[in-house]
Design a protein around this ligand. Structure first.
Ligand SMILES: Cc1cc2nc3c(=O)[nH]c(=O)nc-3n(C[C@H](O)[C@H](O)[C@H](O)COP(=O)(O)OP(=O)(O)OC[C@H]3O[C@@H](n4cnc5c(N)ncnc54)[C@H](O)[C@@H]3O)c2cc1C
Length: 370
């Protein structure tokens, strides 16, 4: 029977980043139910790194990941994964108080959020309608090359001895005699620690292993790519509504944009598909915000963002079985937080891994739900 120190369930960005971080120190197996790692949430993101996104309790993980994403260690990647974008949070006069409260939340965090007046906003983004006169400028927001980052994690894990098995789903886990016996479909494996990095399926994996689920709920989010008749500048920032009703950013050199209605519809864990109602809402909101002329919908997709009850990630040992490790609830920030979250998780599982600096890991422990 094959034996491992750690078996990680799910090869999205969470599982891949943790496998890579632990592989130099532990015998790791990463299992993925799908044909390809990254088929679910990880392959469907909007690909941005914005320190304000996810709120002030997620921000330390995002900020702590910035250095690695910008300048990764040479043995991990020769190139960085971030490119400059900038984010403009916009609102109407109705959003004045909400804008102030965002500024206040991040006041002493080191995150730059500059207040812009309406003239500056309309000069920066001429296609916006006049009523969008409230603006917060987040200059450090960047695009992430998600595919390159995910592949680099998988490669680094493999090079350092981790095994990666796709088309293998965890069906059942039994804890006895101080070890896990895991059924991955005809094959039984043994390991000391089982890591749950199964995204939308995190509760399902817990149940299969006899561990109490934590009510990690998947929510659908939709993105459409629309052709621009009036192309936008390729360097246009990410535009995010202060009231959380849309975001958009340029794609394919400014000839298209990616647009999301910021939907958050409860869903079962599944292969999420975009719904017509969300696509219509995206278009409707874009028309209300801009005067830009656009053409056909070139692409559309949806993915599941999975949240715990307090919308913070869950990183740490289960209270009812410390050999079961939660690495779930990455919500809408799982890519931008991956390096620091993986170091934090790995530091629980291996003394040789350093904790990320300026991140209070205790706030993410599963024991907060006990
Ligand atoms: C539309 C959209 C836009 C987003 N934009 C951003 C963004 O701009 N920036 C950002 O940081 N984040 C963004 N996110 C969030 C980010 O994509 C997620 O937080 C992140 O991908 C979660 O990674 P994960 O590895 O936990 O989950 P997943 O990528 O879903 O991986 C979990 C894997 O576990 C596997 N699995 C499940 N059950 C089993 C089992 N029993 N056995 C084996 N394998 C199993 C699944 O097949 C899946 O591949 C966005 C998400 C969506 C949907």
């Amino acid at each position: 029977m094959s034996q491992f120190d750690v078996v990680i369930v799910g090869a999205g960005i969470a599982g891949a980043s943790l496998a890579a971080t632990l592989a130099p120190f532990k015998k790791i197996l990463l299992i993925e139910a799908e044909d390809q790692p990254g088929y679910h949430a990880t392959g469907r993101s909007a690909a941005f790194w914005a320190e304000s996104y996810g709120g002030p309790d997620v921000q330390p993980l995002t900020t702590a990941s910035g250095q690695f994403l910008r300048n990764p260690p040479a043995d991990f990647s020769k190139i960085g994964f971030l490119s400059e974008r900038g984010a403009l949070h916009i609102g109407t006069m109705n959003d004045r108080l909400a804008a102030e409260s965002i500024s206040n939340e991040f006041r002493n965090s080191g995150v730059r959020l500059d207040v812009l007046n309406s003239d500056t906003i309309s000069k920066q983004i001429p296609m916006l309608r006049d009523q969008w006169s409230i603006g917060l400028w987040e200059p450090d927001c960047s695009d992430i090359d998600v595919a390159a980052l995910h592949q680099a994690y998988l490669k680094f894990a493999r090079v350092n001895g981790a095994e990666i098995m796709c088309r293998h789903a965890l069906r059942d886990g039994k804890w006895s005699g101080g070890r896990w016996q895991i059924d991955i479909g005809g094959e039984i494996l043994e390991c000391h620690t089982l890591v749950n990095a199964a995204g939308a399926w995190a509760d399902d994996v817990a149940v299969k292993c006899g561990v109490k689920p934590l009510s990690i709920r998947p929510f659908r989010r939709t993105i459409i790519q629309i052709e621009m008749i009036d192309p936008v500048s390729a360097s246009m920032p990410l535009i995010i509504a202060i009231d959380g009703s849309f975001y958009f950013k340029p794609a394919t050199g400014g000839r298209s944009i990616w647009l999301s209605p910021h939907d958050e519809t409860p869903s079962d864990a599944c292969d999420a598909r975009p719904e017509e109602i969300d696509i219509a809402q995206a278009i409707d909101r874009f028309v209300q915000v801009t005067q830009a002329r656009f053409g056909k919908i070139e692409a559309k997709w949806a993915g599941l963002r999975s949240f715990s009850a307090d919308r913070l990630p869950v990183i740490g040992p289960a209270t009812d079985n410390p050999a079961f490790f939660w690495f779930a609830g990455q919500g809408g920030f799982g890519i931008q937080t991956a390096p620091a979250a993986a170091c934090g998780a790995a530091s629980f599982l291996c003394d040789l891994v350093q904790r990320p600096s300026n991140v209070e890991l205790s706030r993410y422990l599963p024991s907060r739900f006990a």
